[in-house]
Design a protein around this ligand. Sequence first.
Ligand SMILES: [Fe+2]
Ligand SMILES: [Fe+2]
Length: 334
Amino acid sequence: MRTMLLDPGMDLTLRPMRYPGFYERYRAAIRNTWTVEEVDLASDLADLATLEPGERHLINRLVAFFATGDSIVANNLVLNLYQHVNAPEARLYLSRQLFEEAVHVQFYLTLLDTYLPDHDERVKAFAAVEHIPSIRDKAEFCFRWIDSISELSRLETREDRRAFLLNLVCFAACIEGLFFYGAFAYVYWFRSRGLLGGLATGTNWVFRDESMHMEFAFEVVDTVRREEPDLFDDELAGRVVRMMEEAVAAELAFARDLCGDGTGGMTADNMRRYLEYVADRRLARLGLPARYGTANPFPFMEFQDVQELANFFERRVSAYQVAVEGEVAFDEAF
Ligand SMILES: [Fe+2]
Ligand SMILES: [Fe+2]
């Protein structure tokens, strides 16, 4: 008898494939391959020199968060997610996601090296997770949820599986889906003013990857709920909402640290409304009612998904074909 997705073990059987949707997500992710070398960050340096002190503070704090964010996600992926999602096609996707997180880590490493040429400033930014409270608190939120299932080597009981679902939802809805979306909003706010185009280009690709990571995780949740309908009950839903409230609070504290009294239209209060709007969207994706009922205050984020998609394909057509010709025949692999 075939197992369910969260049954312990190591299913190696790809035919007949139980979850072709996960395999399609893996293939779609491969089609999105990009490299850090394609992003020209040097063009941002002139813009950085024109920023007001408040804006410069904001951007320094933001890149300090980026310095560790994706490494934390990659760790949870290896330590928790890969182990427990028992389908080889789903594990293909997670392998690909791990590669993407590595590209993100490399992108942010390059970003910090470019934006912070001063040695001491750079060292401080990389250590932000230890000494800047608003960044440390977000990391601690993540670590708490990594630790929540680190002792579980097998999901044997109903409680084990519920704990796993909470970890999965936390990383998809609260970390990739909220902390990162908040961070991207600052980037696109600069772009809406014609600033930091290099960072925005890289962010477009990171944004697209993160949207897909989140959607994969939600599809895992959907699958588990179909297979084991009693796991995601009202009590668990209540825990998800409380977790989301905590994430919004942590990200809002970060926003207060970044924005101070507000800089050129970017204020902590606008960011609060954006985070509440995003949190409601995540809850809706999980089939839960809105917690905040707040409208999106950032018009420049409204069409981000769609616009990003268009830019991506426009830009990729030639570059991608060159890469395929020169390196490896992807079509044969499929
Ligand atoms: Fe990432
Ligand atoms: Fe991610």
